[in-house]
Design a protein around this ligand. Structure first.
Ligand code: CUA
Length: 406
């Protein structure tokens, strides 16, 4: 089967011509067995149809050139006597079509079975997660990681998985139909309201992968993205331990006076088109995975007073109504409408995977979520209904608090 696939050098050569075959969401350069099965099937179909194309196009070209009218007399000539079929040609064509279909059908059926669920021999080793689609972000639950008094571990935007191990992903939706797609690993399978669905995937090596909702689901469907981060077994255990712990707390001695913030430069982000900063593109010499690992550590120069102010604002500005930040005392914000933010500072993206998680982008996001992701609930049901207005000082304090949640 490997002979059938285009060699990697050919893919990157075509890529250099500007066809983007090896982009972040490429299905041509894959990193796991499920996507690989899908790629091979694509190549089988591709080669079979290429052969059909060459045969049909050759016969057509031959007939066109060989029998074209060459003189004035040819053009006005009587049409030649019409044939009424040639049994040999007809049976031959039927036979060739059946053969082509069988060549495509055999691997198709084989891979439908293979891609459907984790192979029986690896089932015991499979890791279980539940992905839930919301307009417009993904929630990830880890049913095997139960937190006392709080239920399963819950994250958003980023599905962190152990590399080299099959992962069984239960697919759910709380509102409309979404579709779960990580092109380099597996896809696409729909997340259907009121109906259980699932897929499996596996990342062969640690890596940082781009995912995307692949079913139109409303205004900001195109901005409904996520990441899959595959970690070595040890890194994965470290990550789980960090995620299972309650939100980081930094206790300040006192709050600073508000005048502290007067010198801040104010940007009206609403007037700027949103965009991504490209921190995870890997073109700064650091791999996206390493960049993600750096994100797990506390930021330098944290200001406990500012963070405490942000923490208080998180409640008074009604953020707590929709988001959970699981505190050690069990009394933190417990909203369930929006993403769980207990460790939001450690994620590489915010806003449904659309913006890189930098202080600047987070401030842009909370300044006017409606501009970044049109129609989203945080804007429509939060800011607009509750008339939430944040001063630049509020924004900076909230960002400092959220960024401290590693
Ligand atoms: Cu969710 Cu498109």
């Amino acid at each position: 089967m490997r002979l059938l696939t285009l060699p990697l050098f050919a893919v990157s050569w075509i890529d250099r011509l500007g066809f983007g075959l090896n982009g972040k969401q490429s299905t041509m350069v894959v990193e796991g067995p499920v996507a690989e099965a899908q790629l091979r099937l694509f190549y089988v179909t591709c080669w079979v149809t290429l052969v059909i194309f060459i045969v049909v196009a050759s016969v057509l070209a031959y007939a066109t050139i060989r029998f074209k009218a060459r003189t004035e007399a040819d053009e006005h000539a009587e049409p030649p006597e019409q044939g009424h079929g040639n049994p040999l040609v007809e049976v031959g064509l039927i036979g060739a079509s059946v053969l082509a279909l069988v060549i495509i059908a055999v691997p198709t059926l084989k891979y439908i079975w293979y891609d459907y669920d984790v192979p029986a021999e690896s089932k015991a080793n499979a890791y279980e997660v539940t992905a839930t689609g919301y307009q417009w972000w993904f929630q990830f639950q880890y049913p095997s990681e139960q937190i006392t008094g709080s239920g399963p571990l819950i994250t958003a935007n980023e599905l962190v998985i152990p590399a080299g191990r099959p992962v069984h992903v239960n697919l759910r939706s709380v509102d409309v139909m979404h579709s779960f797609w990580v092109p380099k690993l597996a896809g696409k399978v729909d997340m259907i309201p009121n109906r259980g669905n699932f897929l499996w995937l596996q990342a062969d090596h640690p890596g940082y992968f781009w995912g995307q909702c692949a079913e139109f689901c409303g205004d900001s469907h195109a901005l409904m993205r996520f990441r899959v981060i595959a970690l070595s077994p040890r890194d994965f255990q470290d990550w789980l331990a960090q995620q299972m712990s309650p939100a980081r707390e930094l206790s300040p001695s006192s709050l600073r006076p508000k005048a502290q913030f007067a010198s801040l430069e104010y940007h009206d982000f609403a007037e700027n088109a949103p965009g991504i900063s490209g921190k995870y593109e890997g073109d700064n010499g650091i791999s996206p995975l390493d960049q993600w690992k750096q994100q797990q550590f506390p930021n330098k120069g944290e200001d406990p007073e500012l963070i405490a102010r942000g923490k208080a604002l998180f409640v008074t500005k009604t953020c707590a109504g929709c988001h959970t930040i699981r505190q050690a005392d069990g009394k933190g914000p417990m909203g369930v409408t929006g993403p769980n933010l207990t460790h939001v500072g450690a994620r590489s993206t915010i806003a449904g995977g659309f913006l890189d998680n930098t202080p600047e982008y987070m401030r842009r996001w909370i300044h006017n979520p409606g501009v970044v992701k049109p129609g989203n609930k945080m804007w429509v049901l939060g800011y607009e209904v509750n008339h939430i207005a944040l001063t630049p000082e509020d924004e900076v304090a909230l960002v400092a608090y959220l960024q401290s949640l590693k």
